[in-house]
Design a binder for this molecule. Structure first.
Ligand code: NAP
Length: 473
């Protein structure tokens, strides 16, 4: 047993980060940035590929946003960093293992599923979550086997956030434009045959409360051969919103309102596709027998809630819209992890500034932390995660300083690697991932695309094994 303090060369601080999306990488980076502290970070992902929603969520036509992975490559190149891909907590490694091998654990698992609308026939064939569709077009292996019937003419996207904008844009984009992106091959093929001509986006509140950002709204207006239709009456502000807008400026909201006013004034050009932006409407019921045939929507009115926020409530006025597909893009939702407290109401791991707190006893759980969407809920862009992860790491460092991490002795790093090899022979290191990355880019070059993603885990592992064999030969 060594008496050296944790974080020294004699006794490095060992931290496991579960999840390899932006929040996990920013947590690792902040640990690495501490002067005079030797930290060994092991990052785990259940997929062989890192980067979470940067790979599986960011729209394929937003390649520039994805270039943030270069920062993550730099973090992963740190000599004390290891990546264990294709290793799942609960399947290949347990909470007890992590507690035995690490001084601290940081959960960075994001929000894996979606919110529900809670309306009749929500699960009829033809009604899907954005999570499924986004995962499918981004080649996420969980969604590879899904199929979407794009043979009808009208789709509805419920929700007014950036995910709704992404969905509407992908559905309305000309296939030849999508063909220059890293969209999944199966999705490109299906979307090339799509007969969807009209995409209606439903906002339950008014234009002044829309959650999307102006860049995403503008992009819709710039799509080739696509009209964006906004009814001037629906774009007009109700008295409560008008009062709010006049009283307190808000850059994004005010810019959104300007763009919407311009779109409302633009006569349709008879384009091949159209996106209709509707406001103050909520779906109340899906109609159909075997599959979605129509959506009943109610007109909403706004009222001021006790917290001062403007909220929507349905009125008696309804309309029935014949539709072929319904996508709910009303927010992601976290799911519980084995052995970790969970706040089911908010879909997050209960925490205080990143320290996990047991909701029953109220006690902080020693050495366990949380970052990203599973900490604060599914809000914010990639960059939001940086200060969020830093806040959590500061708590961890505070606990280290105060001697609250306990259990100074953990087995050497190599022991864990041996254990993992026994349990999961085909775990994927960062070097392995970089081979997969290179193979995907090579495949993409043939079609002048940034990459052609593998969409099945077996495919990735087989291609990796083949390339390694070639290299060894
Ligand atoms: P979001 O921004 O929270 O938007 C959710 C939308 O769904 C809101 O308009 C919300 O309306 C609506 N909604 C919620 N429950 C509803 C219901 N029962 N019926 C009808 N509408 C309902 O969530 P998101 O679009 O999933 O995006 C998640 C985060 O990722 C956001 O921070 C977003 O900016 C970010 N993101 C960014 C990009 C990008 O930068 N390009 C792309 C994708 C996602 P209320 O406002 O009335 O609640």
């Amino acid at each position: 047993m060594t008496d050296s303090p944790l974080g020294t060369p004699q006794q490095p601080l060992r931290v496991a980060v579960i999840g390899s999306g932006p929040s996990g990488f920013y947590a690792a980076e902040h640990l690495q940035n501490q002067p005079d502290l030797l930290v060994q970070v092991d990052m785990y992902d259940r997929l062989p590929t890192p980067f979470g929603l940067v790979r599986g969520g960011v729209a394929p036509d937003h390649q520039k946003i994805k270039s943030v992975t270069r920062v993550y490559d730099r973090i992963a190149a740190h000599p004390e960093f290891r990546f264990f891909g294709n290793v799942e907590l609960g399947r290949d490694i347990t909470h007890a293992d992590l507690s035995a091998y690490y001084h601290a654990i940081i959960y960075a698992v994001g929000a894996r599923t979606d919110r529900r609308m809670g309306i009749p026939r929500e699960y009829l064939p033809g009604s899907h979550s954005a999570t499924e569709f986004v995962g499918w077009y981004n080649a996420h292996p969980d969604f590879r086997s899904l199929s979407f019937d794009l043979s009808g003419e009208r789709a509805v996207v419920v929700g007014n956030g950036n995910v709704a904008m992404d969905l509407a844009r992908i559905l309305a984009s000309p296939p030849d434009q999508l063909a220059t992106t890293d969209i999944a091959e199966h999705a490109l093929e299906a979307l090339s045959r799509s007969r969807i001509r009209e995409i209606i986006v439903l906002g339950r509140r008014g234009p002044a409360q829309a959650a999307f950002t102006t860049k995403e709204l503008r992009e819709l207006g710039e799509l080739h051969d696509c009209d964006v239709v906004v009814d001037p009456d629906e774009a007009a502000l109700d008295p409560l919103s008008a009062h709010q807008v006049a009283r307190a400026p808000d850059r994004t909201r005010d810019a959104n309102l300007e763009v919407l006013a311009r779109l409302a004034a633009r006569p349709p050009a008879g384009a091949r596709r159209r996106v209709v932006l509707r406001f103050l409407v909520s779906p109340v019921e899906i109609l159909g027998n075997e599959r979605v045939e129509a959506l009943v929507v109610a007109r909403n009115e706004l009222y001021r809630g006790e917290d001062g926020q403007l909220r929507a409530r349905v009125t008696d006025e309804t309309e029935t819209i014949p539709v072929d597909l319904v996508f709910r893009a009303i927010g992601y939702q976290g799911i519980p992890l084995p052995g970790i407290p969970f706040d089911a109401l908010h879909g997050v791991i209960p925490n205080e500034a990143g320290r996990i707190r047991d909701p029953v006893s109220g006690d902080v759980i020693r050495g366990e932390y949380v970052v990203g969407w599973i900490k604060r809920g599914p809000r914010g862009i990639i960059g939001t995660n940086k200060p969020d992860s830093q806040e959590t790491v500061e708590m961890l460092l505070d606990d280290l300083q105060a001697g609250r991490l306990g259990k100074p002795e953990v087995p050497p790093r190599a022991v864990l690697e041996r254990l993992l090899r026994e349990r999961r022979q085909d775990f994927v290191s960062y070097d392995d991932w970089q081979v997969i990355d290179m193979l995907e880019q090579e495949r993409g070059q043939l079609g002048q695309r940034p990459r052609l993603k593998f969409s099945k885990v077996e495919e990735m592992l087989a291609a990796l094994a083949e390339r390694k064999q070639q290299a060894d030969a």
